[in-house]
Design a protein around this ligand. Structure first.
Ligand SMILES: Cc1cc2nc3c(=O)[nH]c(=O)nc-3n(C[C@H](O)[C@H](O)[C@H](O)COP(=O)(O)OP(=O)(O)OC[C@H]3O[C@@H](n4cnc5c(N)ncnc54)[C@H](O)[C@@H]3O)c2cc1C
Length: 436
């Protein structure tokens, strides 16, 4: 994957330079190390899993191929949003109404957990409340109205407010939208500072973290027969009783059966030069994070130093789109034409791990090998909860983990050669639908 080979100079890495310098890079795994549980992946999912396991008294070792926050968690749009990437109707068809309701409630717990982790571990990551889904056409405003009714009446979610075209100006100073759905329980944060803070909290709880320690393969992990799992990196071996795979779209050959169920899709963000507080606030007076409801969506928010961070575009071909910054800038100007004089200071991207149904994929490859993947672009809050549920499952209470594990998943069709072309065709259809 090209993005993983060339870490983009993101705004997040630049603005977390202080935190990164204080911590420094952690040593790689060398020689033989033992633990109760090995965690693969230092994104939010892996760090939260490790933290929650350590809090339960387990001895935990976390391995990352690069550095903590290197993957999607340190690059994301920073929007903590209720629900899952799959719609509640789609989930209800797959798992039934009762589990769909449980999944929704767990997604709300994920929002609250994110905020409580920030508070409990004093993570300085610029968390701000408020999120808006916005419509770019009358048909979509009707969809938002129906969604609002469904969320209130069927799911009892009351922190939302439907906003009409006129009122929307108090939140987003743009002529592009027909209205929005404001949620005061969702919000936004600096994702790299957040995941670095979680890793520090995990270390304080006793987790050992090794960086530049790519897991090449593991052996064992067949059943509850007391057999140890041996996890191999280039320079060391970790022996453990349980393994948690939290490697997102980067995990690949370590677990081929998981890799077949997700596709790494590139998505991209630009950050403008600082706009100054009053100009920034004139664009987003309520400082909400915003996402439109198109399939190929625009998503944006203000940073703490008053830049606009604007995300959009996707790449299904594993190739970074040409002139990325310029094409995202054009999308930004469609929303805020008044920014024509503003320079783009940073552009970067990362991989989303999407599943066929867009529902997250949690489960077990063996009784003692767990995994979290498939957040499908909606993982900022849910990853932390996934880690907590995985820790519950290892400790013997798998009820809540299994609500997710019951969601059925299929391999992407077409095998390794044809799955990307067939998905690109499907995406072309959705792109056309956005235009109608
Ligand atoms: C540009 C972008 C914008 C996004 N915006 C949003 C948003 O606004 N809101 C939202 O909810 N979600 C968003 N997402 C999705 C969200 O960021 C992800 O769902 C979430 O961060 C996934 O976290 P993770 O811990 O599962 O994976 P990651 O953060 O990708 O972490 C996986 C880690 O595993 C390591 N790893 C992989 N394989 C191995 C191996 N073999 N050995 C050792 N280590 C390994 C990697 O180095 C990496 O550090 C966005 C994603 C991107 C890329």
């Amino acid at each position: 994957m090209r993005l993983s080979d060339s870490p983009a100079p993101s705004y997040y890495a630049a603005s977390a330079a202080g935190e990164l310098a204080v911590r420094g890079t952690r040593a790689p795994l060398r020689g033989e190390v033992r633990a109760d549980i090995g965690v693969v992946g230092g994104g939010i999912a892996g760090c939260s899993t490790a933290l929650h396991l350590a809090k339960r008294g387990f001895r935990v070792v976390l391995l990352d191929a690069r550095t903590v926050g290197y993957g999607a968690s340190g690059r994301s749009g920073g929007q903590t949003i209720f629900g899952l990437a799959a719609s509640q109707q789609a989930l209800a068809l797959q798992v039934g109404a009762a589990d769909a309701r449980r999944l929704f409630d767990l997604s709300i717990e994920a929002l609250d957990l994110t905020q409580s982790l920030i508070r409990e571990h004093r993570i300085d990551c610029d968390y701000r409340p408020n999120h808006l889904h916005v419509s770019t056409k009358p048909r979509q405003q009707k969809e938002l109205e129906e969604w609002s009714t469904e969320l209130r009446d069927q799911y009892g979610y009351q922190s939302i407010e439907l906003v009409g075209r006129e009122q929307l100006q108090a939140h987003v100073a743009s002529e592009r939208y027909w209205g929005g759905l404001l949620d005061t329980r969702s919000g936004h944060l600096h994702p790299l500072k957040y995941v670095l803070g979680l890793a520090n909290a995990a270390e304080r709880a006793g987790v050992e973290i090794f960086e530049n320690s790519q897991v090449l393969r593991y052996a064992g992990g067949a059943a509850m027969d007391g057999t140890d799992i041996r996890v191999h990196t280039a320079e060391g071996v970790l022996t453990c009783k349980h393994l948690a795979l939290c490697g997102n779209a980067y995990l690949g050959a370590v677990a081929p059966s998981l890799a077949r169920r997700i596709l790494g899709v590139g998505t991209y963000i630009i950050a403008t030069d600082p706009l100054g507080e009053s100009r920034a606030r004139s664009l987003l007076p309520g400082n909400a994070a915003v996402a439109d409801i198109n399939w190929i969506l625009d998503y944006y928010r203000l940073s703490a130093d008053h830049r606009l961070l604007f995300g959009g575009r996707v790449s299904y071909s594993a190739v970074e789109p040409p002139r990325l910054a310029e094409s995202l800038r054009r999308r930004m100007l469609r929303v805020f034409p008044s920014l024509a004089d503003v320079k783009v200071a940073y552009a970067w991207g990362g991989y989303l791990d999407i599943t066929m149904s867009r529902a997250p994929d949690f489960g077990r490859l063996a009784d003692n090998v767990f995994y979290l993947q498939g957040f499908s672009g909606h993982g900022l809050a849910l990853t932390a909860l996934g880690g907590k549920l995985l820790a519950e499952a290892v400790a013997g209470t798998a009820e809540r983990f299994d609500v997710f594990a019951r969601i059925p998943h299929r391999d992407f069709p077409g095998g390794p050669v044809f799955r990307r072309p067939s998905l690109m065709l499907a995406m072309l259809y959705f792109r056309l639908r956005d235009l109608l």
